[in-house]
Design a protein around this ligand. Structure first.
Ligand code: URA
Length: 196
């Protein structure tokens, strides 16, 4: 465990509370769901926002979608201790409604700081909201599974596991995209070596 990175992440979580970000969401939520996993991870998964289970437990992706995420990680010989998982919105939106643009904007600086601390090689966005904060004009149906490089960071847009749970086609596409993660990481590593 990288304690210095973990300390910096803890400080970002405290800043969200201290700066009173999205007070209406905070008031209706049980707790902040900041993120979870390895602060030194090569890959960061970014979902939309906490649901009921996440709100209760204080950790991202612990409900049905999280179980599916765990299964897909297992398929590529990874587990949660190696990756880092977070959301664009850190408090559960009432009735699991879609995150609003003002809420996404309010959390954005903290999400960017999280990424800056972890310095992952790859950012896997889960769902269109998460994709669109980094890749605004793209359509997930057209670009899922295709790595995109933006300002030195590599993004891999993927369907959201919760949506894919109830849609057979999306489920297959998400599982296929997930299976590409090891080779995408390998390619990023090779490119980094040749530019060294
Ligand atoms: N869906 C998300 O987008 N994030 C979670 O943490 C859980 C479900």
């Amino acid at each position: 465990m990288n304690t210095s990175k973990q300390r910096r992440l803890d400080k970002i979580a405290q800043d969200i509370t201290r700066n009173n970000i999205c007070p209406e969401l905070a008031e209706n939520a049980t707790q902040l769901v900041f993120g979870d996993g390895n602060p030194d991870a090569d890959i960061v998964f970014i979902g939309e926002g906490p649901g009921k289970n996440e709100d209760q437990q204080g950790r991202p992706f612990v409900g049905a979608a999280g179980k599916f995420l765990d299964e897909m990680l297992e398929q590529i010989d990874m587990d949660r201790s190696e990756v880092y998982i977070t959301n664009i919105i850190k408090y559960r939106p009432p009735d699991n409604r879609d995150p609003r643009p003002d809420e996404i904007n309010a959390f954005m600086p903290y999400l960017l700081e999280q990424i800056e601390v972890i310095e992952p090689q790859l950012i896997a966005t889960l769902g269109r909201f998460s994709m669109n904060v980094f890749l605004p004009d793209l359509k997930i149906s057209q670009v899922h599974g295709e790595p995109k490089r933006v300002k030195g960071r590599v993004f891999l847009p993927m369907y959201h596991p919760a949506a894919a749970l109830y849609n057979g086609d999306q489920r297959t596409m998400l599982m296929d995209d997930f299976a590409k993660i090891p080779s995408v990481l390998e390619k990023i590593n090779e490119e980094a070596q040749t530019h060294r």
